[in-house]
Write a protein that binds this ligand. Structure first.
Ligand code: SAM
Ligand code: SF4
Length: 463
């Protein structure tokens, strides 16, 4: 436990120290520095009901607003096209992108007409996975479907406000049966370490997933979210998290191999979160993060403002952080580590021979605490280091949640400090508010404006 606490503190400190964002003061316009193909992340924030534990940027679904939003997304995509970006992969996250399946399919078609897209991944709610919607998504060429189940246990689903009628767990099972084999990869998102969740309930979830023979399963440890989170769920116990993680790994057995700290796949090589697999990505949609040319940027979390800006042919970027090369190197290092193995020579070909010197402290520390082992230039996760990786990822993503909470604050609210604690963009979706104390930004620079009007970045296609 001591090493675990140490690892968590180390990562928390690194996230707080190294990553922060500023509201943009002059237009920030990302441009492609080379002809490389990148990932296009598109955020669709709408949900039919808002789950109290959720860390992502989500707003109540209104069909008219959502339809206009999809039209706006096309405009924003066109701006990136005019700027000269090239994309070969698309990840549509949320929120719940499948709230309007036809609009989603048509958006994917629009993107495919602009670039030769190889892979499309879409997040979905099990409730939406009717035969009709599955056919629409398949026709649109979706290869990877990621379904948010969280648990099959009806009692727990009720506590999570995800119990949409009796038998919600059984309905999720049936829907998963219906999509099995329909896409190249079907991933199921689960959460563990809910207060009151018993080991028996968790093992039953794993048993059902194995029986359903899903391609990929992702077990997220519960991470704090939302102002009311602690009141509803209390503080997630780190000790229990470790115990339950060991139960999951044991119960999945040899049939599923780890792909990242918390994703397991039946076949080797199945891609996990696309963002982890891509060095850079553009973030489109309200509340999306992008990471381009070593700059992390965020779009407006206010859907109306986002739409107004794009309608004026402006990029709706409201905050940005440009990383020096050493920080870019560390970000790449971390993303590769999240994937289980990293080859220092890959990083050297990108950043030069000094990588080993720059990263020696991190490499030594992670080896000393037994998280990674070395073979030549390759550093790979040890079997005993798997939980260590969960801790690193948890702290990293929690940092992202704090940043989202800060950025999603109402622009007419009392001013926060200009620089907010941030985390990297491993999942480029914006998030919901998190408790005040954890939302507190790590202030690096003085001089907060009295009221922070969001200043939209202007980046006309002709610029
Ligand atoms: C943006 S949701 C997309 C899925 C879809 N909206 C749904 O709920 O079915 C992505 C996933 O993030 C995970 N997630 C959300 N909030 C979380 C939290 N507080 N802790 C851990 N995982 C969380 C859930 O597993 C969720 O399925
Ligand atoms: S878990 Fe999914 S459905 Fe629930 S609020 Fe978050 S994005 Fe929406």
């Amino acid at each position: 436990m001591l090493i675990d606490s140490f690892l968590a503190a180390y990562m928390r400190r690194a996230v707080r120290r190294r990553m922060s964002m500023r509201w943009v003061e002059k237009p920030f316009c990302p441009r492609p520095e080379d002809a490389r193909e990148r990932l296009l992340y598109v955020h669709v924030p709408f949900c039919e009901s808002l789950c109290p534990y959720c860390t992502f940027h989500r707003v109540a679904f209104e069909p008219g607003l959502a339809a206009r939003y999809f039209t706006t997304l096309r405009r924003e995509i066109k701006i990136y096209k005019d700027l000269g970006f090239r994309f070969n992969g698309v990840y549509v996250g949320g929120g719940t992108p499948t709230v309007l399946p036809w609009q989603l399919a048509s958006l994917i078609g629009f993107i495919r007409d602009l670039w030769p897209i190889e892979r499309v991944s879409v997040e979905a709610h099990p409730r939406h996975l009717t035969a009709g919607t599955v056919a629409v998504l398949k026709d649109a060429g979706v290869e990877r479907l990621s379904v948010g189940v969280q648990t099959f246990d009806d009692g727990l689903l009720e506590k999570l406000s995800r119990h949409h009628g009796p038998g919600a767990g059984r309905q999720a099972r049936q829907r998963l049966q219906g999509v099995r084999g329909e896409f190249e990869t079907v991933n199921v998102d689960m959460i563990y370490n809910f207060p009151g969740q018993t080991t028996r309930q968790l093992l039953e979830d794993v048993r059902i997933l194995r029986e359903l023979d899903m391609d990929q399963v992702t077990f997220y440890p519960l991470m704090q979210a939302g102002r009311d989170f602690r009141r509803v769920f209390g503080k997630p116990s780190a000790r229990r998290e470790k115990k339950l993680h060991a139960e999951i790994v044991g119960a999945l057995g040899d049939s599923y191999k780890p792909v990242t700290g918390w994703c397991f796949a039946r076949r080797r090589g199945t891609p996990d979160e696309y963002i982890v697999a891509h060095d850079e990505y553009a973030g489109l949609g309200s509340g999306a993060f992008g990471y381009l040319n070593g700059a992390l940027y965020a779009n407006s979390f206010d859907v109306a403002r986002y739409m107004e800006a794009v309608t004026r042919a402006e990029l709706p970027i409201v905050a940005v952080r440009k990383f020096p090369e050493a920080a870019r190197l560390r970000y790449d290092f971390l993303m590769r580590l999240f994937g289980g193995c990293l080859d220092l020579s890959d990083l050297e070909s990108k950043y030069g021979a000094r990588c080993g010197r720059e990263l020696w402290k991190e490499l030594l520390f992670l080896r000393l605490v037994g998280v990674i082992s070395r073979r030549g230039s390759r550093y790979c996760l040890t079997p005993g280091g798997r939980y260590g990786l969960v801790i690193l990822m948890r702290e990293f993503f929690s940092g992202a949640n704090r940043l989202r909470a800060f950025l999603s604050g109402s622009p007419s609210a009392p001013a926060p400090a200009p620089a907010a604690a941030a985390a990297g963009p491993a999942h480029a979706a914006g998030g919901a508010a998190v408790p005040r104390e954890s939302a507190r930004p790590s202030v690096e620079e003085p001089g907060a404006p009295a009221s922070f009007a969001i200043r939209l970045a202007s980046c006309p296609p002709s610029a």
